[in-house]
Design a protein. Structure first.
Length: 269
């Protein structure tokens, strides 16, 4: 017999599905009607040649469907409180929020690759900030044992900070844009805190899931670089940057599974 606390809820999946539907429809309308502005070449460094159709980089754009799928899978699991570990269910709405943010990564990143517009580039970076800020804020929440309201304040502050850093311009070695530096630093902070949390106890995650998420992101980053400095066939439908998107979606799902694995171990007597 299930208790009220463990009863399945369809709300997370409905929220993520609504996010996917609305954002995808808005993207399709934006591409069709040119709402995001003219093609200014944003994202053209990611190898794929701009096509003549409405969607400028179809392979790089379509591969973002991986984020939508990952977000929906997260939402499906979020509807089962008994499959979220001991800590995540204490913070109402966070599992659903993460699912929706991961879903949004898809259409937001596709906006840049579909239009190569300045507004599309901003949407792409902002969606990255949202997910990285979530990871850092959730780690800080558990490290400092903050209430959920403090999570949202920290999350908003980190996103604003990333946006301000992103205004500094281009020209950063390796990662090209200062916004990418902000994104990477938030992920590094999250990784460091997750390791510290695991070693501190008494709540512990399955660190293997975190290691897999990190390894996936490192491989994805390597491919992201190769796609700009060697592995490049502009006319191919097999694009290194598309692989980066797909691996990023896998890493996001693994990160959620890490959160959902957290269990509080009873103190030793």
């Amino acid at each position: 017999m299930s208790t009220a606390g463990s009863r399945r809820s369809a709300r997370p999946l409905l929220a993520a599905a609504a996010t996917a539907l609305v954002s995808t429809v808005l993207l399709a309308l934006a591409v069709r009607h040119g709402w995001l502005g003219p093609d200014v070449g944003r994202g053209d460094e990611f190898c794929e040649a701009a096509r003549d159709g409405r969607v400028r980089q179809p392979a790089n754009a379509a591969s973002n469907a991986g984020f939508v799928l990952a977000g929906l899978l997260i939402a499906a699991r979020a509807g089962h409180p008994d499959r979220l570990g001991d800590v995540l269910p204490r913070h109402r709405g966070l599992a659903t929020a993460m699912a929706c943010l991961v879903v949004l990564l898809g259409p937001a990143s596709a906006a840049m690759h579909a239009t190569q517009s300045a507004a599309g580039g901003w949407l792409d970076l902002t969606s990255m900030y949202l997910v990285a800020a979530f990871a850092a804020s959730y780690a800080l929440l558990r490290w400092r044992q903050w209430p959920t309201t403090a999570f949202w304040a920290t999350f908003a502050s980190l996103v604003v900070a990333c946006e301000l850093i992103g205004l500094l311009g281009d020209g950063v070695p390796v990662v090209r844009h200062p916004g990418n530096v902000a994104f990477a630093l938030l992920l590094v902070l999250a990784v460091v805190l997750e390791v510290r949390l695991w070693s501190r106890g008494p709540a512990r995650t399955r660190l293997r899931l975190g290691a897999l998420a990190l390894a996936t992101m490192l491989v994805a980053f390597g491919i992201w670089n190769l796609g700009q400095h060697g592995w490049c066939d502009p006319g191919s439908w097999v694009q290194g940057h598309a692989v980066w998107h797909l691996l990023g979606a896998v890493a996001a799902y693994l990160l959620f599974r890490l959160y959902a694995s957290e269990r509080v171990t009873p103190p030793r007597r």
